[in-house]
Design a binder for this molecule. Structure first.
Ligand code: TXA
Ligand code: MG
Length: 319
């Protein structure tokens, strides 16, 4: 694969129906023409993702966003004024032009305008939006660097746009509307509190909507090594004495003979820095041989909620 900054070459490849690695401010995506069923099928195939799990359409302008949706709630307008381009995805009623393959047959389409200069420049060269799930094989950890996309897909991808390390490091927040009420489907890089400051309290998805709700697969974002969440790392280290341990903490470093890899996400205790470092740290545990990862529960506020959500999903075991 070529890791490149040549957006012209990449745009040509996309126009010809190809798939690329796309940098965004959240995580890297596997991108193709969102209006082309064949490109969409190629993304599902590469990612080994079940066709029942829909993709986000990335747009470069408001006109393009509106060309995809049949309804545009007043709250959507308010939210995009505040947060686009940025890590906020909106679920809205789709127009006919949006292929059923993109939305997995659902009547809503997920749309976002990424806040990354290369992604926006590329979208500006294209006459279509880009479908892009995170650029990881199904159930693996989302990549936050071009090198990680290369490690996952290698020669199966012709191009990855080199956009540096993702500055947010966790996926976009997903909001939709049910009976006129805004619902938080996936906590993400835009904290719930910031959204609520603009449109008031968000509802949580009813459990019956779990299937149509995004990012809700039971196990997700997971390293290969078993991971347990704990409120008391010190205590858990004692409890699992004799095992080869990986530790993931917020700011404090722990030491013990049994610790093989120690990762604290932000020495200053900054949640934004912690989110940015989360996936690379999780990934790094698989580079050494461990029996168990102990991950600290983060403060349940702002980006801490998003980090806890990802860690909870990483801790779910496969049946
Ligand atoms: O930050 C992000 O959102 C990244 C970057 C690349 O933009 N993308 C990303 O895509 O996280 P993905 O496919 O890994 O996660 C998108 C989630 C999925 O869980 C999917 O179920 C949900 O969005 N989703 C997409 N379209 C939907 C739809 N029409 N209805 C319900 N859920 C949808
Ligand atoms: Mg994903």
């Amino acid at each position: 694969m070529a890791i490149t900054k040549d957006i012209e070459a990449v745009a040509l490849h996309l126009r010809a129906g190809g798939i690329i690695g796309l940098p965004t401010e959240t995580v890297y995506g596997l991108a193709g023409n969102a209006l082309d069923q064949v490109a969409i099928a190629a993304i599902y195939h590469l990612k080994e993702r079940p066709a029942s799990n829909p993709l986000i359409a990335h747009v470069g302008s408001m006109e393009q966003a509106k060309s995809l949706c049949a309804e545009w709630p007043a709250e959507a307008e308010l939210l995009v004024k505040h947060f686009w381009p940025g890590p906020l995805t909106l679920l809205v009623k789709k127009k006919e032009v949006v292929p059923a393959a993109l939305t997995a047959g659902l009547d809503r389409v997920a749309i976002r305008m990424p806040n990354h200069p290369l992604a926006l420049a590329l979208l500006g060269l294209l006459p279509f939006p880009l479908a892009a799930p995170s650029a990881n094989p199904y159930m693996r950890i989302s990549p936050t660097s071009a090198a990680q996309v290369d490690a996952y897909f290698g020669e199966r991808l012709e191009y990855v746009l080199e956009g540096g390390i993702c500055e947010r490091g966790v996926e976009s927040t997903i909001i939709g509307w049910e009976d006129g009420k805004a619902v938080l489907y996936r906590p993400g890089a835009l904290p719930q509190e910031e959204i609520e400051r603009v449109i008031g309290p968000l509802a949580m998805p009813a459990s019956s909507t779990a299937i149509v709700a995004p990012g809700m697969a039971k196990r997700h974002y997971a390293p290969q090594t078993k991971l347990i969440l704990t409120n008391d790392i010190e205590q858990s280290i004692k409890e699992y004495d004799g095992l080869r341990l990986g530790i993931l903490s917020f700011s404090k470093a722990f030491s013990a003979d049994t610790i093989v890899r120690m990762q604290s996400l932000s020495k200053q205790g900054d949640l934004r820095e912690a989110a940015c470092n989360l996936y690379a740290a999780l990934q790094s545990f698989d580079e050494v041989s461990l029996d168990l990862i102990l991950a600290e529960v983060f403060p349940e506020e702002g980006l801490g909620r998003t980090i806890n959500d990802r860690l909870r999903r990483a801790s779910v075991e496969l049946e």
